[in-house]
Design a protein around this ligand. Structure first.
Ligand code: FAD
Ligand code: UDP
Length: 369
């Protein structure tokens, strides 16, 4: 008899499985319907021997010391600060928009103070910052919004920024200094031997059994367990009882090129051209030296594997119905990006998983006393 059946071997499932096994002595079975562990953060060496991320670029960044120290139990790190260029009007310009973006784009040499004045002169007043359009337009005005955000967002989400919560484009905040890093978090690093190696070390415990290529529904009545940790899509768990929760998908088109370098930056965004949103060249992320290079194009789509919850009011309302059901479901804990319908980065999922583990183990302790 297993103490826990953990559904999904991504960050959410793997962190909880590791804690339950190593800290609480629980016997854990972790299953995933994919053929590998790591969830969407899975990476592997392709036929050419290049380390690539199957489900698109994953860059680790966090302000949480607790999360960083926890993951450091399972990996060493390669320091890495991510940078992105956007292809706009035939130029490659740094994004998030910063001082250099504007100076290069318009052929100016503004100072930070002058840029602040410029932004104030083009910004449009909004009573309330409610949508992803409001966030950008209220800061940098319509022209820059159109060039950098509107097209990209429509491609990525199949929705206009005015239909999405403010939190989506707020992930890419405008700056008036010359900091061209994509993230400003305290800790920014990549697992030295890749994400999958880190997951292997997390799950390498005598109390943890792993079953891949297995939907939990195929085994839940055959293999006895006491409690479940569920990290798949929450609507699927309840057989879409209230209707389908929208999750945005992506088709990843991987290519290996017979040259050492393909593009000028780790990621190039294409807000206004092509059907793909961005192109990633993995060697920048991994630091690997190799005569060839591997890239991935991302084509967003409505159908396919669920990758992104879609933050907008009607979806939050539908999710609340599922959450109410989830809260009433005894002995099943819903954790992670798909199960709690939150547009979470990896570190936020780790933090959430550690917190759920804390509650489970705390509750068990007080229950025993
Ligand atoms: P997942 O990784 O999705 O794991 C859930 C697992 O459950 C999956 O492996 C799935 O196969 C399994 N599962 C589902 N249903 C079942 C079932 N019925 N039976 C068995 N198994 C099941 N975050 C960052 O911090 N930095 C980034 O740069 C970054 N880039 C990203 C780029 C893309 C394109 C995407 C899609 C996400 C990115 N993220 C990034 C977010 C990151 O992927 C997630 O935060 C994290 O992987 C979520 O972990 P999770 O365990 O909640 O979900
Ligand atoms: N975004 C944009 N233009 C860009 C980069 C981002 O419009 O050049 C918007 C878009 O809506 C995107 C969101 O900001 O979905 C968040 O971007 P991020 O790079 O964080 O997306 P992720 O890596 O999660 O796909």
């Amino acid at each position: 008899m297993f103490d826990y059946l953990v559904v999904g071997a991504g960050f959410a499932g793997s962190v909880i499985a590791e804690r339950l096994a190593s800290q609480s002595g629980k016997k854990v079975l972790i299953v995933d319907r994919r053929t590998h562990i790591g969830g969407n953060a899975y990476d592997h060496h392709n036929d050419a021997g290049l380390l690539i991320h199957r489900y698109g670029p994953h860059i680790f960044h966090t302000n949480s010391r607790e999360v960083f120290e926890y993951l450091s139990l399972f990996t060493e790190w390669r320091q890495y600060q991510h940078r992105v260029l956007a292809s706009v009007d035939g130029q490659l310009l740094p994004i998030p928009i910063n001082l250099d973006t504007i100076n290069k784009m318009y052929g100016l040499s503004l100072t930070s103070f002058q840029l602040e004045d410029f932004f104030s002169s083009v910004a449009e007043k909004r009573e309330r910052i409610r949508t992803s359009e409001d966030v950008v337009v209220s800061k940098v005005g319509h022209e820059l919004y159109e060039k950098f955000f509107r097209g990209y967002t429509r491609k990525q989400w199949g929705l206009d920024p005015s239909e999405l919560d403010a939190s989506v484009t707020a992930r890419v905040p405008t700056r008036t200094n010359r900091d061209d890093r994509y993230f400003t978090d305290m800790y920014q690093a990549m697992p030295l031997y890749g994400f999958t190696r880190m997951f292997e070390r997390m799950l390498d415990h005598p109390n943890i059994k792993i079953m891949l290529n297995t939907d939990y529904r195929d085994i839940e009545r055959i293999i006895p367990y006491r409690e479940m940790i569920y990290t798949g899509p929450v609507d699927e768990y309840f057989d879409l009882r209230f209707g389908k929760l929208p999750y945005r998908s992506i088709e990843f088109e991987h290519e290996t090129l017979d040259k050492p370098v393909h593009q000028k930056a780790p990621v190039v965004n294409y807000p206004n051209d092509y059907l793909y949103t961005r192109v990633t060249e993995f060697k920048y992320l991994t630091g690997q030296e190799h005569p060839k290079t591997s890239i991935v194009y991302e084509f967003p789509c409505a159908e396919g594997d669920p990758y992104y919850p879609v933050p907008r009011p009607e979806n939050a309302e539908l999710y609340q119905k599922y959450k109410a059901l989830a809260d009433q479901t005894l002995n099943v804990h819903f954790v992670g990006r798909l199960a709690t319908y939150k547009y979470y980065n990896m570190d936020q999922v780790v933090a959430q998983a550690l917190s759920v583990y804390g509650k489970i183990s705390g509750a068990k302790k007080s229950g025993q006393s």
